[in-house]
Design a binder for this molecule. Structure first.
Ligand code: ZN
Length: 360
C-alpha cells in the first residue's frame, strides 16, 4: 500500500510530547508581539520569521535550539495570548489528523506581566477546552518544572491543584547537562504521593544516567526522548546483541519513550535520521511513540514525523497503527477514556484507510 502524504495525514494520530511555546504560527507570533509592544523579533515577515526559527533550531546544539523560545515566551504573557496559542495548537493538530495530544509548558515563564501561575494555567486550559469544542480534539496539559530552577515543588503542587480541570501530569524540562533530575526529587515524591503522572525529559542531551535517575529516583512513567538509552544497548550490524540492565528494565516495564525524530537531529541528540536509535528500539519492541517536540522550531508536523519514519525505517500502515495505539495506551488519561479513543476513534480510522486503499 502506498503511504503517501495524504494517507499519512488522514491517519488518526496521537501526540504525547509537544511544547506549547514551540508551536506558535509565525503570523501569531507577529500579531502577539504587536499587541504586547514587543519589538525584538528579528523580522515582521511571517515567512522570514519561520525561516529564522528553523535555522536557529537546526544547529546541532540544544542550548542554541532553545534560543528561539525567548521570543515565543516573550509574546505569551497575557491570558488572551496563552489561550489563543493553546486554541490554535488544537486547531492545527486536528487539521493534521491528531485525535489526542498532550501539550506542556512551564508556567514560571509566563508571569512577567503580573499573571499568577493559576491564571496562566487557567488561560491555557480555556484555549484547549475551546479547541476540543470546536475541533473535537481531546487533549491534556502537562506542567513543566525547569531543571535549572528551584521551584519544582511549587510547580508539582500547581499541577496537582489543576488535575480536575485538565492537567494530566508533571514534567521536568530544560538543559540536561549539570542539572540531574534527582535534584528535584521532592517534587516527584510529592507527585507520587498524590498518585499523579510523571514524564521527564531525559537522555536527549545527556547520557543514560539521566534516564536511570528519571525512572529510579523520580518515578517517571514515561521518558521524554530517551535517545541515549542506546548507550545501554550493545549493537552489531544494525541489530541489538545485548541489553544492559536499564534498557532491559525499560523494555520489560513497557516504559514509553516519547521519540522526537526531527528535533533530535536539530539538537544534535542524533547525528542524522538514519543514525537515530529509533530503529533499534522499534526492532527490540520498546514502547516507542512518535512526537513533534516543537513544530515551529523544527518545521515539523506529526505527518512529517510519520513520513520521516516511513522513509528512514520503512514503517508500514500496521506499524503506524500499532505505534498510535501504544501512544494512546501511554497517555495520561483515565483508562476508560484511553480505551474509548482506541476502540471508537483510532482502530475505526485505520480500518477506514485500509478499506479505501483496498478499493483503489
Ligand atoms: Zn521536549
Amino acid at each position: 500500500m502506498k503511504l503517501d502524504h495524504g494517507v499519512l495525514k488522514s491517519l488518526p494520530k496521537v501526540l504525547l510530547h509537544e511544547h506549547l511555546d514551540g508551536v506558535l504560527r509565525p503570523k501569531t507570533v507577529i500579531t502577539l508581539a504587536r499587541n504586547a509592544r514587543y519589538d525584538r523579533l528579528p523580522t515582521e515577515d511571517p515567512e522570514e520569521l519561520a525561516r529564522w526559527f528553523h535555522q536557529g533550531a537546526n544547529q546541532g546544539s540544544l542550548p542554541k535550539y532553545l534560543e528561539g523560545f525567548a521570543h515565543t515566551i516573550a509574546v505569551m504573557q497575557s491570558e488572551e495570548a496563552l489561550e489563543r496559542v493553546a486554541y490554535e495548537q488544537a486547531e492545527d493538530l486536528s487539521r493534521d489528523g491528531v485525535v489526542y495530544f498532550e501539550t506542556r509548558f512551564a508556567p514560571i515563564f509566563h508571569t512577567r506581566e503580573g499573571l499568577s501561575h493559576q491564571q496562566v494555567v487557567s488561560a491555557v486550559l480555556k484555549g484547549l477546552e475551546r479547541g476540543q469544542k470546536d475541533f473535537g480534539i481531546s487533549s491534556g496539559l502537562l506542567i513543566c518544572a525547569m531543571r535549572n530552577m528551584e521551584v519544582s515543588l511549587e510547580m508539582a503542587e500547581l499541577a496537582v491543584d489543576f488535575r480536575e480541570r485538565g492537567v494530566v501530569g508533571f514534567d521536568l524540562a530544560g538543559e540536561e547537562g549539570g542539572y540531574p533530575p534527582k535534584k528535584h526529587v521532592d517534587a516527584f515524591h510529592y507527585i507520587q504521593r498524590k498518585n499523579f503522572n510523571i514524564t521527564i525529559h531525559a537522555g536527549e542531551g545527556f547520557g543514560k544516567e539521566s534516564i536511570w535517575q528519571a525512572i529510579q529516583y523520580c518515578g517517571a512513567h514515561r521518558i521524554g526522548h530517551g535517545t541515549r538509552l542506546i548507550d545501554d544497548i550493545a549493537v552489531a550490524d544494525g541489530k541489538a546483541v545485548k541489553l544492559g540492565d536499564l534498557a532491559q528494565y525499560v523494555l520489560d516495564k513497557r516504559i514509553p519513550l516519547e521519540i522526537c525524530l526531527i528535533s533530535n537531529v536539530h539538537t544534535g541528540a542524533a547525528r542524522s535520521l538514519s543514525e537515530h536509535p529509533f530503529k533499534i528500539f522499534y526492532q527490540e519492541k520498546f514502547r516507542v511513540t512518535l512526537n513533534t517536540d516543537n513544530r515551529l522550531m523544527s518545521d515539523t508536523t506529526m505527518t512529517k514525523e510519520f513520513e520521516a519514519a516511513r522513509d528512514t525505517f520503512g514503517l508500514s500502515l500496521e506499524d503506524f497503527e500499532k505505534m498510535t495505539i501504544n501512544a494512546m495506551k501511554s497517555a495520561f488519561l483515565p483508562y476508560d477514556q484511553r480505551c474509548d479513543l482506541i476502540y471508537s476513534v483510532i482502530k475505526p480510522g485505520y480500518a477506514k484507510v485500509r478499506n479505501t486503499q483496498a478499493m483503489k
